[in-house]
Write a protein that binds this ligand. Sequence first.
Ligand SMILES: [Zn+2]
Ligand SMILES: [Zn+2]
Ligand SMILES: [Zn+2]
Length: 205
Amino acid sequence: MLEKPTLPHVSESKTCRNCRLQKPLTEFTVHKDTKDRLSNHCRLCQKKRRRQSYARNRTRLAEKLLTGTKRCRQCGEIKSAQEFHRNYANLEGLHNLCKTCRRASDRRRFEKNERSLADNPPTGKKVCAKCEEETELTNFYVDRTKKDGRKTYCKQCSNTQKKKWLQNNPGNLGRQRERLALRRKQQQQHSIADLILAYAGSTTK
Ligand SMILES: [Zn+2]
Ligand SMILES: [Zn+2]
Ligand SMILES: [Zn+2]
């Protein structure tokens, strides 16, 4: 017999199976396979678990040269691993769409969003996906590929994330700094050369 699903009353709480903490039902996501239609793990624990599996995949795949082929879910073509962007959330470390299709779909989403954003510019507040704080929309960087035209992380979280990334990728930062230093040096040399030329010019006249 099919029972009609009834959602428990919102004021009730539930104990998370992972952290064993009793939390309000709003702290649990909807899940269709459980008795009460809610996940057995709280949002925080779910998030933690997702992050852990991502990190595991990342370390496992980081050093591994991705070889082999994969069928793109969009164009259906079988392409080499190099034709796909990396995605550590996936087991084989590759995106489901090939680079070409991803670019095209990004482009389409961007254009569609740009049109809708032009019609009704977003206002109000937004909850940051990282710190979960609700702040003004202006506290989020602009991202035209998103539905509301803003990034999912607030500016503070975006900045700390960027900082963390740079710390975790010192090689990239080092190269970037090197390039910058080289450019500055070249500019300096240019200006010195200009000065000498100007000086020489003024004295020979
Ligand atoms: Zn929990
Ligand atoms: Zn494709
Ligand atoms: Zn935030």
